[in-house]
Write a protein that binds this ligand. Structure first.
Ligand code: 6CS
Ligand code: FE
Length: 311
């Protein structure tokens, strides 16, 4: 397939291609927009260096408890279980992910519009933002499978047509994340390099990739080199902890062999100046619950009332 002239990050190629340095800044705001927000200069410098930040106890226990109640309700709700945005574990009935959670739950929707969170997003993206995708990854005890190494941006560029690296993920732990139940693993500094991947993307790839990702996983030579250079971090913390990670930060997580679920909420902000185009892999666009194209106006802050932050 010919690479489009406007494709700055060719991937899903026929042959391996050299990794190269990202074209965009990590933090897009400058001047007062950068300094006048909840993230301190040292936190911004750490995000710029590592590609992620960790805040334990970002949400208080009562707020987390309300979200956990919602979670348990979804697991019993037939409409949710039948929805196209609900993905089960390979060969199992257990829920692996529920996508579009901010459209399912007013509480989750309000969280995405929390003033402090939006102020952090504005500092990082240097603009207004909207929700590109939201999901809960349940990772149930004993049966929760892992997620292979990948850059979210590589998938969102190839399969959703996200043109530039100007998006950020917020992940909130809804259960304790321990060394034993498959915590998120991140490669600090990996966000600065784009690793093109090999392999043609079949139509409707998401119907298998959300259960087990085959495409968009860097080859072991590239992965080995990057991880040897930067190492791996696996932040752990109590329910209510927050991880903010840049769209191109390499991450993965192991299967959950413990009895304890590792359920995390993820919501992804994309800059309003980085609107999705036609998917660069050449396929038709993915459904809205994966790559939102219908509600892309700037999110306005909403005082969340029942969301008490401690972080
Ligand atoms: O395809 C996607 O958009 C999803 N896949 C992974 C492995 N992470 C990002 C996102 O949830
Ligand atoms: Fe991911």
């Amino acid at each position: 397939m010919e690479t489009r002239a406007d494709d700055f990050y060719p991937t899903r190629l026929e042959r391996p291609s050299q990794a190269f340095e990202r074209l965009e800044p990590v933090i897009h705001s400058t001047g007062a927009d950068r300094t006048q927000g909840p993230l301190s200069e040292s936190e911004l410098a750490q995000y710029e260096r590592d590609g992620f930040l960790v805040f334990n106890n970002f949400l208080d226990a009562e707020t987390v408890r309300r979200f956990q109640q919602d979670l348990r309700a979804y697991e019993r709700d037939d409409n949710v279980l039948r929805s196209e945005g609900t993905i089960t574990e390979p060969g199992k009935q257990e829920i692996r992910s529920i996508f579009g959670i901010h459209e399912l739950s007013p509480r989750f929707d309000r969280l995405t519009r929390d003033p402090k969170i939006l102020d952090m997003v504005h500092q990082l993206l240097g603009s207004d933002a909207y929700i590109h995708q939201s999901r809960i990854n349940f990772k149930p005890g004993f049966h929760g499978k892992g997620f292979d190494w990948h850059s979210d941006f590589e998938t969102w560029h190839a399969e959703d047509g996200m043109p530039r690296m100007r998006a950020v993920s917020f992940s909130i732990a809804l259960t304790d994340n321990t060394p034993f139940n498959g915590p998120l693993m991140l490669v600090p500094g990996s966000h600065k390099t784009f690793v093109p991947c090999v392999g043609r993307t079949p139509e409707d790839n998401y119907q298998s990739s959300l259960k087990k990702q085959e495409l968009g996983v860097p080859n072991e030579r590239d992965l080995g080199r990057i991880v040897d250079q930067h190492g791996i971090k696996a932040p752990t913390g109590p329910a209510g902890s927050l991880i903010i990670f840049e769209c191109n930060t390499l991450h993965a997580s192991n299967a959950n062999m413990s009895p304890w679920p590792r359920s995390n909420l993820f919501f992804v902000y994309n800059s309003v100046e980085n609107q999705l185009e036609q998917p660069f892999c050449g396929n038709k666009p993915r459904p809205d619950f994966l790559g939102n194209r219908s509600a892309t106006e700037a999110l306005q802050p909403v005082n969340t009332g029942d969301l008490q932050r401690t972080g």
